[in-house]
Design a protein. Structure first.
Length: 163
């Protein structure tokens, strides 16, 4: 069975997110309460969010299902409350537990992507703030844009704290 090119792009984006997280583990352990340079979160808060969202494939697939797309859209409209719950739900976890959760999520995302066929990957969704977007492109954006943006904000905060 050949792997669709879109699935390879998504897998590469997931891999890049995972590698960036792995590179940040030691600095995060050393300074988890460092405030991010923008917003009210700390490095630990952002790590909680990354862990919670490491496997976003099921959420995004719910956007493609007409029976649950309203539910997913409603959930996306309540992002601040969802993010706060993700952080609160993980408040007792160690940095290592959060990293393990994120890595397991990335693994699960790879498995979920491998189950998608070309027709699914090519499906077009209407996404608020993005417009019409192919599922494959949305998944790449999720890992390249969203996940890596949070990881880069962690990286920047930790670098600023060292200087």
């Amino acid at each position: 069975m050949t792997i669709p090119e879109d699935a390879r792009r998504i897998d590469a984006a997931i891999d890049a997110s995972e590698q960036l997280l792995r590179n940040l583990v030691e600095p995060i352990r050393a300074r988890p309460e460092t405030p991010l340079l923008d917003g009210d979160w700390t490095v630990r808060d952002a790590l909680c969010h990354v862990a919670a969202r490491a496997n976003d494939v099921p959420l995004i697939l719910r956007l493609t299902d007409r029976r649950t797309s309203g539910e997913a859209s409603s959930m996306m409209a309540e992002l601040d409350a969802t993010n706060a719950r993700q952080i609160a739900d993980r408040s007792a976890r160690t940095v290592d537990e959060l990293v393990a959760e994120a890595l397991a999520g990335y693994g699960a995302a790879h498995v979920a992507v491998s189950a998608l066929d070309e027709a699914q990957l090519d499906q077009v969704l209407d996404v608020p703030s993005l417009g019409s977007t192919r599922l494959a492109d949305l998944l790449v954006l999720t890992y390249q844009g969203h996940a890596q943006a949070h990881l880069r904000s962690i990286e920047a905060a930790l670098a600023a704290a060292r200087s």
